[in-house]
Design a protein. Structure first.
Length: 123
C-alpha cells in the first residue's frame, strides 16, 4: 500500500479516538492520518470550512489542497462523489464509531470503494 493520506470526517476535537461524523460536508473537523506501509505515522486535524447549499465541493477542494488521497465516509451525494473522483481522491464506505475503527478497517482492507450505486439522495 505504501504511502496514503486518509481523511475521516470527525466530531470535535478530532483524532483517532474521536467519533466519526455522519455528514462529511458538515463535520467539525477532518482527522487526517498518514500511513506508510500499513503503519500510522502521523495524525493531524484539519478544520472543516463552512459552505452554503450547493457548496459540496468546498470540502473536496480543502482535502485535495492538503494532499489527501482517500476519504472514509458513511455516505455522500453524487456531486461530491464526482468531485472526489475528479480530484483523484478514493472514497471508501466506512464503518465503526471512532476514527480509529474506520482506519483499522481500512488497514485490514475491509472497506469498499463507494460507487454511484451508494450515493445519498437530496445532495
Amino acid at each position: 500500500m505504501s504511502k496514503t493520506r486518509i481523511a475521516v470526517p470527525s466530531m470535535f476535537p478530532g483524532g483517532l479516538k474521536a467519533q466519526r461524523s455522519g455528514h462529511f460536508g458538515r463535520c467539525d473537523v477532518f482527522t487526517v492520518i498518514d500511513i506508510d506501509d500499513d503503519i500510522i505515522v502521523d495524525v493531524s486535524i484539519l478544520n472543516n470550512i463552512e459552505h452554503s447549499e450547493g457548496g459540496c465541493l468546498v470540502p473536496v477542494n480543502l482535502l485535495a489542497n492538503h494532499n489527501v488521497n482517500s476519504i472514509i465516509v458513511g455516505g455522500m451525494g453524487m456531486r461530491p462523489l464526482m468531485g472526489f473522483k475528479e480530484a483523484g481522491i478514493n472514497v471508501y464506505l466506512g464503518d465503526g464509531i471512532t476514527v480509529e475503527d474506520a482506519v483499522n478497517s481500512f488497514l485490514k482492507d475491509q472497506l469498499d470503494l463507494m460507487t454511484t450505486d451508494h450515493v445519498c439522495g437530496g445532495h
